[in-house]
Design a protein around this ligand. Structure first.
Ligand SMILES: [Zn+2]
Ligand SMILES: [Zn+2]
Length: 138
């Protein structure tokens, strides 16, 4: 691991730019989930998501535009209520990870697995070359 990687600072923002954040450290467990819930939450064919190490995430701006939605079992998302971008995932109210689509530039990780491909949309084509799991990771 290079010194640059160790010191990596990641920033992200929503579509309209009001809500911004930084992550002091590396992202981990980048993955794409193809379940029906993630399709809705991400308005997309699947999620593109990576976890943050606890304590490394910090909001920088846009508090008044930030909204939260919790679905079930403690899992939720936070999004910009001005432009609609989903910025991060939460677990029991804590920031659990970020949506890769809102990261500025190189997030330093690549999607390492496709999960819940058993319930993917009929219209989706999943790229080859990355491990796929019918349900959650083993
Ligand atoms: Zn926005
Ligand atoms: Zn999912």
């Amino acid at each position: 691991m290079s010194a640059w990687r160790k010191k990596m600072k990641i920033t992200g923002e929503c579509f309209c730019g009001e809500v911004t954040y930084k992550v002091d450290g590396r992202l981990r467990e980048a993955r794409s989930c193809h379940c029906s819930r993630c399709r809705k939450a991400f308005s997309s064919q699947a999620s593109a998501y990576a976890e943050v190490v606890s304590g490394t995430f910090q909001w920088l701006s846009g508090e008044s535009f930030r909204a939260a939605y919790e679905s079930n079992k403690g899992f939720g998302v936070q999004f910009c209520n001005r432009c609609g971008s989903t910025l991060c995932g939460t677990y029991c109210g804590d920031i659990h990870g970020v949506t890769l689509g809102c990261v500025n530039g190189d997030p330093g990780v690549e999607i390492g697995m496709h999960i819940f491909v058993g319930s993917k949309a009929t219209w989706e084509t999943i790229p080859d070359g990355v491990p796929q799991f019918e349900e959650g990771p083993p």
